[in-house]
Ligand binder design. Sequence first.
Ligand code: SF4
Length: 629
Amino acid sequence: MSAVLKDRVEELPTGPGVYLFKSRSGRVLYVGKAQNLRARVRSYVSGGDGRIRIPHLLERATQVDAVVTPNVKAALLLENELIKQHKPPFNVKLRDDKQYLGLRLDPREEWPRLTQVRRFQRDGAWYFGPFTSSVALHESVSRLRRIFPLRSCSRAVFRDYQRRGRPCIEHEMKRCLAPCCGRVDEATYAGLVEGTALFLRGRSDELLDDLRRRMREAGEAECFEEAARLRDRIQAVERTTERQEIVGERPVDRDVFGLARRGGEIEVQVLHVRSGRVVGSRSYGFSDVRLDDGEVMSSFLGQYYGDEPDLQIPPEVLTPVRVEDDGALAALVGERAGRRVALRKPRRGAGAELLRMATANAELSLSRRLDARESLEAALAELAQVLGLPDPPRRIEGYDVSTLHGSLSVASRVVFQDGQPAKAEYRRYKIREAAPDDDYACLREVMVRRLARVASEPLPGLLMVDGGRGQLGVVSAALRDAGLECPAIALAKERDDESPSLRVKRSGGLKAERVFMPARKDPLMLPPSSRALLLLQRIRDESHRFAVEFQRGLRSRQNLTSILEELPGIGPTKRRALLRSLGSLRAVRAASQAELEAVPGLSGRDALALRRFFDAIERDGPRETEFPD
Ligand code: SF4
């Protein structure tokens, strides 16, 4: 430890604030907050603080700076800001992608509907969640729509069916009462909206009381059909709530945190308990953590609740360890929530039971994460061995070209870092120059564009393309032309006409996969259980999914102008010619291939591409519902 550091400690103020340990080069290594800055930092450097990180941190720190704040609460806020800004290696950092999967229902809307959201806002709408996963969310919505059939369509689709005077298939499937065609009155619909909200808030007792009352009233008024509908709804709610476990003796709202640790690997689990029922949970994994548990929790909670005004903060937060400066943290979280929030570590009773449950879940998530990491490491090592690479490919880029009936080509790049998808690095390519029906030319265009960025984006440990020897040849040629070297492979499913001797039949008769490598004549056939192959398949499937999703997005845009703009080969001049000759966008879409060909300036190829494209749109149609069942 540097002598400068020791001297500096005695100059620090004794009030609350934030301190920053820095390296010789000025890099911020660790940010902390304290009630008494001098005492806290002194405890670090004098060895009085037995926390796990001390030796490591002090080996590298050569200076310490401090920022005085009026109180600890302000120090907490500043600490969060500085962690976000500097990303210090010794702090626990909650990733910026902390997003909720939630549902939004705006009762002020005309014919309100549920929409999926990733942020909760103070905009007067009702928000529900968070949901554990998108699967859990879709399950809830699908269940809900059978009980409370609110519309699911967008405003544009609603108007479209309103104009047509008939409801969409959702009505036929009994998942919407068709307000678009006046088949439900406002009061009934408002009842569904209320019921949906009560159900999603976990207030099923209140909801059931209300439904039973309405069923009685309907029976008394001899509206038997309505009474029967309400009876079915009551049964559906009862069946669903039976499946939700009640935890705790009181119907309270709480967030319960569990923590599991193996050395520097930490998992924090949060259970969202609403009205006494666990409605969601999520776990957060951290590696190479050198803080003690109390500080991990303090830093985690500060970031978790401190990010933004959050409507989801419950009145009670249970933590598995005593959190430093818990009073200040509770005040800060309370400020965000707009009411008092208690931060507790109960030792007995239902609260302690919940903490045990959260901790058991954290243990489970941690084991799963470590097991998965081990098997990913094994997969990368196997990949290096079978492909003859000097090291396991830490970064793998997977490419896929997707063409819509030869008319609209797009491509995708996915990146897997250490065997895991690095979604922030995914890219989508609209093919600009290559003919859309020329798969090789499209791939070549994508590779040329990728390789041109090599200065800002270094080449990966492995390039993989969906396809066979031909596609691999395109990638190898692009690398050669750019004067670059990078291991590249192509992955293709075995063809039906392949020699039976090459075929490795799996149970269920699944096709084997062939891995093409530049220097090998015959493709490599890895056994289906090979970890390396499973990883390659995952990358290929992910790049395919990503490309197709992009293409669907383009296709489903209803604005014809933007569609025309996206068609390769149809520039402003041809677009103008189309509109001038045929009169309107609708007419362009309805025109036959011969009529399109007759437009001055349009080639037969352009006309064919346009016709194929519009046929595909006609066939697949725009997406009408938000939640596929
Ligand atoms: S979901 Fe279908 S039936 Fe319901 S309002 Fe929308 S268009 Fe009409």
